[in-house]
Design a protein around this ligand. Structure first.
Ligand code: NAD
Length: 222
């Protein structure tokens, strides 16, 4: 519908929240009770006004010269991100990338539980990966109907991605974390977040190139 913004929150702010949370959890582990925007900004090399704006997204307001109660701030960020509850996800494609994601235990700290995993390779189906049985892709709708899963993760080759996304949509999945390089066509009720490690690498690579050419222009040999 016209006039409705697709992303109501500034995406760069959302991207920064996990690093705030990591720092805040560390402070909590050290027994601290309060924290200020200035301390967060100093630790993460950011501007404190930006930090205040980012945190305001969560609905929490700091007190001048006192800052934020650490426990309240952690809860507010976790609640905003939806990380205060566990979401089960189904992952399709237990190859190199799929295995790496399944084996990454720290997703639990973001409330993400890769509950069931799927593949089409007959040699993989029925075997175990990090304590989970690999199911046939065709079993997904029935398993989703049983457990009411909300999230899907796609780590299949590009050629299979749309088909897998369609099966996820038909299984009632509401959000897809898509690692394949395919722009998926799905009903607008389904949220899709595309991940591209190459975009992140492009920033490093371009910055290094710029630094090198500046060095050459200044007559340095490195
Ligand atoms: P891979 O070949 O190691 O694994 C793919 C797996 O998917 C295999 O186990 C295969 O049997 C399975 N598969 C194939 N068709 C399937 C289907 N219809 N349903 C379920 N499973 C199916 O590949 P990989 O290196 O792990 O890469 C997987 C995907 O991730 C590719 O699309 C690749 O381009 C993408 N990728 C993205 C990034 C990123 O930054 N987003 C990084 C690396 C890889």
């Amino acid at each position: 519908m016209r006039g409705i913004k697709k992303n109501p929150y500034p995406q760069p702010s959302i991207r920064r929240l996990p690093s705030y949370l990591r720092f805040l959890r560390r402070l909590r582990g050290e027994g601290l009770l309060k924290v200020s925007c200035t301390e967060i900004a100093r630790e993460l090399d950011l501007d404190s006004t930006q930090v205040r704006k980012d945190l305001a997204l969560t609905g929490i307001v700091g007190r001048p010269r006192i800052g934020y109660g650490l426990a309240d701030l952690i809860l507010a960020i976790e609640d905003f991100l939806g990380w205060d509850r566990t979401s089960d996800a189904f992952l399709a494609g237990v190859g190199n990338l799929g295995r790496a994601l399944i084996g990454y235990d720290n997703f639990r700290q973001c409330g993400l539980n890769i509950a069931k995993v799927f593949d089409t390779d007959g040699d993989k189906v029925g075997s175990m990966v990090f304590g989970r049985r690999i199911h046939r892709l065709g079993e997904m709708p029935a398993l989703a109907a049983k457990s009411g899963v909300g999230l899907g993760i796609i780590t299949v080759p590009a050629a299979a991605a749309q088909k897998v996304a369609d099966i996820m949509a038909a299984s009632g999945i509401k959000g897809i974390w898509n690692f394949s390089p395919v722009r998926l066509e799905l009903p607008s009720r389904i949220l899709v977040e595309n991940v591209e490690l190459v975009s992140s690498f492009a920033i490093l690579s371009a910055n290094m190139r710029r630094k090198r050419s500046r060095g050459v222009a200044a007559g340095h040999s490195t």
